[in-house]
Design a protein around this ligand. Sequence first.
Ligand SMILES: [Zn+2]
Length: 288
Amino acid sequence: MEKKIQRNDPCWCGSEKKYKKCHSDFDTKLKQLKMDGYPIPPRRIIKTPDQINGIRKSCQLTKSILDDLNDLIKPGITSNEINQYVHRKTLENNAIPAPLDYKGFPKSICTSINEVVCHGIPSERVLKEGDIVNVDVTCILDGYYGDSCRMYPVGKISKNAEKLVDVTKQCLEEAIKAIKPFGSLNIIGETITRIAKKNGYGVVHMFGGHGVGNEFHEEPFIYHSIQKTKQMICAPGMIFTIEPMINEGTGDCEILDDDWTAVTLDHSLSAQWEHTVCIHEDRVEILT
Ligand SMILES: [Zn+2]
């Protein structure tokens, strides 16, 4: 049997502080929330300050690569050329592109064009004026993962496409603002669904966000849709992605024969924005 931690013992988190001055109040709060019926995060997904610093650096590299793509993505470029740029830039910064060879994925990024919801594979396809493309980048820097994606308009895009891209970004931003330390993850799906519905859009249910940082995909699963069951508490030290995929039509998707590319079932346009966020005692930090 494990001995119960005493107030003057070193904290379980590895901070080398006394338990009473470190995670004692944290554990008391979570114990209460657990009695109220909320799943609480396992200690293995609570990051240490050193891990948070490492993950932040990796996220900043991901962010800077996505920034570069604003100038790179123009009519006439192929998604392979975007892949090559990101691959080279990642290696130049002593990092590794996480998607490459992940469960057999053949490229270093995902490029999801128009009706592609996510996990599109870069190819010789030439982007043309009016397309919208999502580029999803995850760097591994010093062993830490930083995950983010954005939408890029290719030249001038239609008013409809622009609205979908903007509303999807708003879904992400409002969901981040709605999160409260020691609140539940339910608020994320509720916020995203409210905004999408108001605009007549569908929320994709087949994919969600995820814990990230020490691994590419960690607990918990982050739902972008409304959940009737109580979702996990957002505790300080947790790092996860929020990455709503919003369709002009319904939220239904199918996976193509390549076993990766997810497309809208009704062939309507789809958009996605993603950040990695870190929960602190008093705020939520956007790492990307
Ligand atoms: Zn502690």
